[in-house]
Design a protein around this ligand. Structure first.
Ligand code: ATP
Ligand code: MG
Length: 445
């Protein structure tokens, strides 16, 4: 049963109709007193709750009611209904245990999708119909408990429309996991559109994401399709979402919230149906505290968070990964099979891998290509590892990835006389991304 709580009788009636048509059993009540009477005795599968009752001013009543509901039914998922202007209130609700929020006026299809997603995620039945019968993990190598855990989550949520945030250090396989989510989803035959948000400048953001009409601005010589319409019916992968500046964040929030956007130069809003997967190696919670990332956007993108452990936290996967990368490399170059001595594998397991799996992959590929042997020893690998560390200027040797990044930014700032746009362009990152990194490394102009 879905419990609807709203003081507006027209809203109650329309929600009741909408949900009943979808086959849900619905009970709709006007206020907290009636609602509490119900949750005292029965556990609804889901509660859809307005935050602002007419006699209330700021929605504290919605929050108050949430607290009381949770006393009787701690596990029932609650979706708040809120006005766009009071979205911060919904964010407060999320902090206090609501699972989602939807802004008024809502789109019926978006609302139904959200409800369905939440019910799929919370039904908790191991044989829930949303589970795929066979899970395709191809190209994802490893049998560490850490990775098994990740894959288990992927398998559980792949066929829902839940927004997923994938976190983890550089090179841990975030993109690979995003692809696996899509491949195992009901949308797998539809587009998977990847957007690197760190690489889009603020001025091009809207045109890139939402498209434009010919003549919408000086350089718009032809119509252009944006990434959101390309991804329609499929999945959009928002990579490096922590690099997005605040201006663009609010534009993104709007389309994610309402599944509607307007191409530049077009006044009619367009509908899309996209599943959103984001990835970042930044600490978004910390960025929220520092006011660099919108909290409402964070809640919108991370109904589910998947954290990918660093390679050093799953060293038991190193031998499997090494052999896999060597095999792939040899196949691609029509070389005979290359193996590793026990010493070689032991040595590989001792390296620090700040670049994680990507670093291991590069190292193994170089070894397989260059050594010319069919059995690689610890010395072969050591030789390649040390050459790699020694490439570039000698001073860079032994620096961590972060230190290298910092050094490169300082060098470019000097070179371009502190001109942020030029530095960002030279480093092929957005200005926001540059600012964020300067702040991270405490670099002053
Ligand atoms: N478990 C795995 N099995 C096989 N290959 C993997 C695995 N994890 C990562 N890789 C490979 O390692 C490389 C880096 O992975 P990926 O690009 O997904 O990382 P990422 O987390 O997105 O990195 P970044 O933050 O730098 O964008 C890719 O070539 C990917 O195919
Ligand atoms: Mg990536």
């Amino acid at each position: 049963m879905i419990l609807v709580i709203d003081d507006d009788s027209a809203i109650r009636a329309s929600l009741k109709l909408l949900l009943k048509r979808k086959g849900y059993e619905v009970v709709a009540v006007p206020g907290p007193a009636e609602a509490l009477e119900i949750v005292r005795n029965t556990a609804p599968e889901l509660i859809l709750m307005d935050m602002n009752f007419s006699f209330s001013t700021k929605g504290e009543e919605g929050l108050e009611l949430l607290k009381k509901v949770k006393i009787f039914q701690p596990n029932v998922p609650v979706i708040f209904i809120t006005a766009w202007g009071t979205i911060n209130l919904a964010v407060e609700g999320m902090k206090q245990g609501a699972v989602d929020f939807i802004t008024k006026p809502w789109d019926n299809l978006v609302l139904l999708q959200r409800i369905e997603t939440i019910l799929q995620l919370t039904s908790g039945k191991p044989d829930s119909p949303s589970l795929p019968d066979k899970f395709d993990r191809s190209h994802i190598i490893g049998k560490s408990p850490a990775l098994a855990n990740v894959l288990d989550t992927v398998r559980r949520i792949a066929r829902t429309n839940a927004s997923v945030l994938i976190t983890g250090e550089s090179g841990t396989g975030k993109e690979l996991i995003a692809e696996a989510l899509h491949r195992n989803s009901l949308r797998s035959a539809n587009p998977f559109v990847k957007v690197n948000l760190g690489g889009i400048s603020q001025s091009l953001f809207e045109s890139e994401m939402f498209g434009h009409k010919k003549g919408a601005f000086t350089d718009a010589f032809a119509d252009r399709q944006g990434r959101f319409s390309m991804a329609d019916t499929g999945t959009i992968f928002l990579d490096e979402i922590g690099d997005l500046d605040l201006n663009c964040q609010v534009k993104l929030l709007r389309v994610l919230q309402e599944q509607t956007f307007e191409p530049l130069g077009e006044s009619k809003p367009r509908k899309v149906n996209v599943r959103v997967i984001s990835a970042t190696n930044a600490d978004l919670k910390k960025m929220v505290q520092e006011k660099l990332f919108r909290e409402d956007l964070l809640y919108r993108i991370n109904l589910i968070t998947i954290h990918l452990p660093a390679l050093r936290e799953r060293v038991e996967d190193i031998p499997l990964l090494a052999q896999y990368f060597a095999d792939e490399m040899c196949k691609a170059n029509s070389l005979g099979k290359v193996g590793f001595t026990k010493d070689a594998l032991d040595y590989l397991a001792t390296l620090p891998y700040p670049g994680n799996i990507r670093e291991l992959k590069n190292l193994v590929e170089r070894c397989a290509l260059i050594s010319g042997k069919d059995m690689l020893t610890a010395d072969d690998i050591k030789a390649q590892y040390e050459t790699a560390a020694g490439t570039g200027s000698i001073q860079l040797q032994g620096l961590s990835l972060d230190e290298l990044e910092k050094a490169s930014i300082i060098e470019h700032l000097n070179k371009f006389n502190n001109n942020i746009s030029q530095v960002a362009e030279a480093l092929k990152i957005s200005r926001a991304a540059l600012y964020r990194r300067m702040e991270k490394y405490n670099i002053k102009r």
